[in-house]
Design a protein around this ligand. Structure first.
Ligand SMILES: Cc1cc2nc3c(=O)[nH]c(=O)nc-3n(C[C@H](O)[C@H](O)[C@H](O)COP(=O)(O)OP(=O)(O)OC[C@H]3O[C@@H](n4cnc5c(N)ncnc54)[C@H](O)[C@@H]3O)c2cc1C
Length: 432
């Protein structure tokens, strides 16, 4: 079908990224820092997204350090915790211990995701070659020809002023698990299945409440309690598509479950209202191929992560760092060879990026699926082991450290190796 839309502007950039989540924002910053012309499109007007998770793990803290952003990051409202615990009914038992991790950072830090993304994009805007377009929604791809396999040469997007086209040597889809760009090129991820959904709501936090962030298994349900200082963020885990049933049973039953599992909340559970909760659908999936000529797909758009372990943000950022490390030189070359059209980034390089990131992603998803199948599915089926406290206490110290490593650092951690114009400027300053 021919496209009859009137496009009000056609611009060009070296790299266009759809999606200002952790993957897109970090890639935007790294490429901008490398002196590459980069345009980041975010469909929302701001980064205020309450239910995207907010855990920043040691691997990401290390990257912030490498980028010289750790001091600014520390100024954001945050809490840190050195362990992940399970509430057994007889007290909290630690199941992952970050205090013995190798490296400088040995804790999980929780920062509202909007603050984190504001920090990253604010840093990127220091570079004149970075362009952030908010309320700009990618609606399709541009192609070099009419064939379905013609190279991707940019994006179509929509903003308040109308429809636009932006051409680029590399187009990146970092637009999350419901990726529009991925849909536009007809790619579908392979689903690994998730037995649960998450009901997301808040309750006030008192000074006398526990300090920890912890998991509380129930019978047919479970709760993750995220300590956000003045309030608790509750992630109430229910069977997949189980919210209608929860609604049918009514809020009183939910309040009673909370009272039973977490008695310290019972003076507040009357504040829970079903109208105020968000229901988050959990998915675990992965694309077979993360690229087409001219197009790279990263983060949740390439591999949606289960919330187990709270690793999705961190993996999305690792993808971005690996992509910048691998692609900054070819992108700078494409920019300098502009004649007037930019040479597309070779597909073989995009394939290399996928090869590099597939193992850490697949290994992490494998663990998530094991936890889903062996623990969450049983809990949701009402088979919570009655001796969960004893079982948690029996976890060997080495296993707790390994769990911390898998969660906190992950497999094949990336380090910032891409070019920095600041470093170049510093060297020039020193020479002069
Ligand atoms: C219930 C739940 C809890 C979670 N908790 C955690 C946690 O605690 N810690 C953790 O690390 N991970 C957590 N995750 C996973 C985590 O949210 C994701 O893995 C992570 O956000 C992926 O980052 P991303 O940048 O790839 O995509 P996203 O964060 O989804 O960002 C995509 C961005 O693209 C934008 N966008 C979408 N479509 C378009 C378009 N057409 N044009 C332009 N922009 C577009 C979106 O507005 C969004 O800003 C959780 C997931 C779930 C479901």
């Amino acid at each position: 079908m021919s496209d009859t839309t009137a496009y009000s502007t056609t611009t060009s950039t070296t790299c266009v990224i759809a999606g200002g989540g952790p993957a897109g924002a970090m890639l935007g910053l790294l490429l901008a820092r490398a002196g590459i012309d980069v345009t980041l499109l975010e469909k929302h007007a701001d980064f205020l997204r309450d239910f995207r998770g907010d855990t920043i793990h040691p691997s990401t803290l290390q990257l912030l350090d490498e980028l010289g952003l750790k001091a600014e990051f520390d100024k954001l409202p945050h809490q840190s915790f050195p362990r992940v615990a399970v509430e057994t009914g007889e007290g909290l038992v630690s199941v992952a211990d970050f205090t013995r991790l190798p490296g400088r950072y040995r804790e999980i830090t929780m920062v509202p995701q909007w603050d984190f993304l504001n920090l990253i994009t604010k840093e990127a805007t220091r570079y004149p070659n970075f362009r952030l377009l908010m309320q700009a929604e990618a609606t399709g791809v541009l192609r070099a020809g009419d064939k379905p396999d013609s190279p991707v040469t940019g994006l179509r997007y929509r903003d308040a002023e109308g429809e636009h086209e932006i051409r680029a040597a590399l187009t990146v889809a970092a637009d999350g698990r419901h990726s529009d760009v991925r849909d536009a090129v007809g790619m579908t991820p392979v689903e690994m299945g998730a037995p649960m959904d998450v009901v997301w709501f808040r309750l006030p936090r008192e000074d006398t409440d526990p300090d920890e962030t912890f998991f509380r298994p129930g019978v047919g349900n479970a709760i993750v309690m995220l300590n956000r200082r003045d309030y608790w963020q509750l992630a109430y885990v229910i069977p997949k598509n189980g919210f209608a049933e929860l609604e049918r049973r009514g809020v009183e039953e939910l309040r009673a479950t909370l009272d039973r599992l977490l008695p310290f909340l019972s003076d507040r559970t009357d504040q829970v209202r079903l109208a105020d909760v968000s229901v988050l659908s959990v998915a675990v999936n992965r694309l077979r191929r993360w690229h087409l000529p001219g197009l790279l797909i990263i983060g949740d758009a390439a591999h949606a992560m289960s919330p187990i372990g709270g690793v999705g943000i961190n993996l999305a950022i690792q993808d971005a760092v690996a992509a910048a490390n691998l692609l900054d030189a070819p992108l700078r070359k494409a920019e300098s060879n502009r004649r007037p059209v930019l040479d597309p980034v070779p597909d073989s390089l995009l394939a290399r990026l996928q090869r590099r990131r597939t193992f850490p992603t697949a290994a992490t998803q494998w663990i998530q699926v094991q936890v889903q199948n062996r623990l969450i599915t049983r809990i949701l089926a009402g088979e919570t082991p009655p001796d969960v406290g004893t079982a948690a206490r029996r976890i060997p110290v080495t296993a707790k450290r390994l769990a911390a490593r898998a969660i906190g650092i992950g497999f094949r951690p990336e380090h910032v190796r891409s070019h920095s114009v600041d470093r170049g400027a510093m060297i020039t300053d020193q020479v002069q």
